[in-house]
Design a binder for this molecule. Structure first.
Ligand code: ATP
Ligand code: MG
Length: 562
């Protein structure tokens, strides 16, 4: 990232000063500061607090009265946040598991004009930063484009660059079956998204109908770490003064140690499930990486010192005790694992994974033993992935509860109607794979596929997030083939023959000696058990609804047809 702006003759703002500026700026505009809520939300179905708005949900729906509780319809917070979805991204320049989110919120107090003006003034005047560009919602077949926000941005700054993006990037919610939702607008500084402003404009009911909300809400979130990167003119969050405790540490240790401090102080204890398991994984990872436990204690203590002025519930004694107990347990388990390892003559991928799973022995230690001469990292990771697939499949068995008419493992449908939809989605999945190969390169490989009437879900190997341009290209390509109404044909042949013709196979699957190869014109050819539509036009319109990471190196796309 290149930051054009850097204060020339002044020392860069510290994170304390950023916090103060944010609080004072919004207080002057009638906001009340509400303390951060715990990382453990009161709603037990949610694992962790991931954004500032979470504690304010009842004020958006009208269940609670902000004026009674805060004395104002407009509030701000600096919210502790933790995202497990970021664990795979830790190590990049801009994602942490734990981070702090600065946010201003309004429950019927003000609307787009004020929200955009505040954000613009804060970034450009208070922080003295240059905005690269902003994004607004471009609209789709169901929801109009957010032209109002576009106009306001232009009024604010006629030369500002505005990008228009779709539902995936610039529309928020609803969470669950129904609820408030609306377009969003994001601010990019130094090439990175730093502030997301959500306009809670609609209520979506169970049948996906949208109604304008009576009480319109503003919900914003800006990462303190990313803002500090921009202000302090450094290259990544680890170089900001929020990480002054760990300038030379491996990023995993710096990131996870901070998360460990905050999770323990908010009441998480290591265990084998849910929140406790997440904490256990974080602790184990830094122990493996850091090795020297005494040094890790020092790191935890420096974090506590750094953050005590803002969070008074950081109890050093408690945090150290929980960490110590878990570390000792882990060393003991590892010692058992090493004893097991010593009993073995040679170690293959499966045994290595067992040692990892049961005793936490990392790949490196297993290699160091000299007993796994032929084992490669790839094989080990492969075994790991297989295991993930299995546990995922287990979780999805629950779905079978209501008697399925079709269940191929990949396709599931409860009645005739659903069989038709999943058949269309299935052919669309073949087109999706072929299109991904065209747009991203032949080396992408299927890593999983799951289809039910609501959507298709396709996993594939690829090292990074797809850009919105790439997603659009893929979507367009699939729709092009659909409208060309290509014939879908089936041929039976031996497995060897099929592979020779270049048909794609899914390596995880065991194929019988005779297989079916489905071709869609000359665009796609795959080994497959069907069922498929006979002509691509039967699929209807194809739309990607989400792209995300499943694990490092594996991406997931969800899509629908209508
Ligand atoms: P990205 O697309 O960059 O992963 P996001 O769209 O998931 O971010 P939002 O959910 O919009 O992020 O969160 C609001 C703001 O919080 C972001 O603009 C960013 O400044 C900050 N933020 C989000 N995730 C992280 C993270 N993992 N680490 C640090 N800051 C984050
Ligand atoms: Mg965002």
């Amino acid at each position: 990232m290149i930051f054009v702006h850097k204060m020339l003759d002044l020392l860069p703002m510290t994170h304390q000063e950023i916090r103060e500026k944010f609080i004072n700026f919004f207080k002057e505009k009638g906001h009340v500061l509400v303390p951060s809520s715990s990382l453990l939300p009161t709603d037990p179905s949610v694992l962790f607090t991931t954004a500032g708005m979470q504690q304010f949900k009842p004020y958006y729906t009208g269940e609670a009265d902000p004026e009674k509780d805060f004395g104002s319809k407009n509030v701000i917070s600096i919210q502790k946040s933790f995202r497990t979805s970021s664990i795979d991204e830790v190590g990049d320049d801009t994602h942490g598991t734990f981070f702090e989110m600065l946010g201003n919120f309004s429950f019927g107090g003000y609307w787009k004009k004020e929200a955009i003006a505040y954000a613009y003034q804060f970034i450009t005047k208070e922080m003295g930063l240059k905005i690269n560009y902003v994004t607004v919602f471009e609209g789709d077949e169901n929801i109009p484009a957010d032209t109002e926000s576009e106009k306001i941005w232009k009024l604010m700054d006629p030369s500002i660059k505005i990008k228009k993006l779709g539902r995936e990037d610039n529309f928020w919610g609803p969470t669950g079956d129904e609820g408030p939702c609306g377009p969003s607008s994001e601010i990019y500084v130094g090439g990175v998204e730093i502030w997301n402003i959500v306009f809670n404009q609609y209520y979506q009911d169970k049948n996906k109908n949208l109604k304008e909300l009576e009480i319109k809400g503003i919900d914003t979130g800006m990462g303190l770490e990313r803002l500090a990167v921009a202000i302090q003119g450094v290259k990544n969050i680890y170089e900001t003064d929020l990480f002054s405790f760990g300038k030379d540490l491996p990023r995993i240790i710096a990131d996870h140690s901070r998360a460990i401090v905050f999770l323990i102080s908010d009441g998480v204890l290591p265990s084998n499930k849910e929140r406790g398991y997440v904490l256990r994984r974080l602790i184990r990872r830094i122990i493996i990486k850091g090795n020297d436990t005494a040094n890790l204690y020092d790191i935890l203590s420096s974090i506590i010192r750094e953050y005590l002025p803002f969070y008074d519930n950081l109890e050093e004694g408690k945090i150290r005790d929980v960490f110590k107990e878990e570390a000792e347990k882990f060393w003991k388990t590892m010692a058992k694992g090493l004893a097991e390892l010593n009993k073995l003559e040679t170690i293959d991928a499966q045994t290595a994974f067992k040692l990892y799973e049961s005793y936490g022995l990392p790949y490196e230690s297993i290699k160091d033993s000299g007993k796994a001469k032929n084992l490669t990292r790839e094989e080990f990771d492969e075994e790991f992935k297989k295991h993930q697939e299995k546990s995922r499949a287990g979780a999805e068995k629950k779905f079978g509860g209501h008697g399925l008419l079709l269940d191929t493992g990949e396709l599931k449908a409860a009645n005739e109607e659903e069989v038709k939809v999943v058949t269309r989605l299935h052919t669309a999945t073949h087109l999706l794979q072929a299109s991904l190969r065209k747009v991203l390169g032949e080396e992408i490989k299927q890593a999983g596929s799951d289809i039910m009437a609501e959507r298709l879900r396709f996993d594939f190997t690829f090292p990074r997030k797809l850009t919105s341009e790439e997603l659009k290209k893929v979507e367009d390509l699939v729709n092009d083939i659909i409208v060309r109404d290509l014939k879908v044909t089936k041929e039976e042949m031996s497995y060897e023959e099929a592979i020779k013709t270049g048909a794609l196979s899914f390596f995880k699957q065991k194929y019988p000696p005779k297989v079916n190869v489905y071709s869609i014109g000359d665009f796609s050819k795959e080994l497959c058990g069907g069922p498929h539509v006979s002509n691509t036009s039967e699929i209807g319109r194809f739309k990607i609804t989400k792209e995300e990471a499943v694990s490092a190196g594996t991406r997931r796309i969800r899509a629908v047809v209508n």
